[in-house]
Design a protein around this ligand. Sequence first.
Ligand code: SPV
Ligand code: MG
Length: 289
Amino acid sequence: MTKSALKQLLHGDRLATAAGAHNPLTAALVEEAGFDVVWASGLEISASMGVPDANVLSVTECLSTAAAMAARVGIPVLADCDSGFGGITNVIHMVQDYEAAGIAGVCIEDKTFPKLNSFVAGPQQLVPIEDFAGKIAAAVASRRSADFVVVARIEAFIAGHGLEEALRRARAYELAGADALLVHSKLAVPDEVVAFCDHYTGDVPVVAVPTTYASTTMDELHAAGVSLAIYANQGLRSAIASTRETFAAILRHGCASAVESRLVPLSDVFGLQGTARMLEAEKRFEQVG
Ligand code: SPV
Ligand code: MG
């Protein structure tokens, strides 16, 4: 798949799906499972480094992780770039670097820098509409190819504003050239996202992250008008649950045999690492000389 695949997926007839990843291995699992897109999740990447999702990691760390994922998978990688790692100049360099690294697109959100994960309790700070529209325009103007996707993420609902504010921001970001609008919500029901889709009259595809409204189905999201659903952190959370159980069981039983039946065999790990491919290449090229 090429980079333009992400744009095609956003404009396709069916709901496109993405899942969160934090390294090339988890990106490979996203691809293997059959998702269309890897979401290089800021939450997952920062959690995997044991730090808060609050711009503690630098743009260089986030970029190198997303680039390593893009190098490993054949499906597009959409990189979560928080609020753009600073101001307009940061956004310009960010877009150039992410595009050069083979990443299919970036998503930036209309929060202040440093950002705070949307689900952390407490106030969330938005930047003025014009400021963020400027960042979107800068991102769009800085890409080399129109295939590189710029997603504008609206945090109005997360920050406690209503539909009018979300729609006002949607119009401004669309006008600034956004390729898609991610409308985020932390409700346990999809009502904000559905209301947004019902009242949004623009032309840009809508992206949703059904983390808290987890029982909303893909069919329901598609019927509401969502083009891309991002399952942003379920992989990480299942890994934490499973690793915890495994480690506790080893200590409880005093040996690892008790957990063996629920582990993947090492051959599975070797497969994900491309070991057979490596051995085959060594055999082929050793005989050249
Ligand atoms: C992420 O995966 O880092 C996201 C989605 O931005 S959320 O955590 O829901 O904010
Ligand atoms: Mg994030």
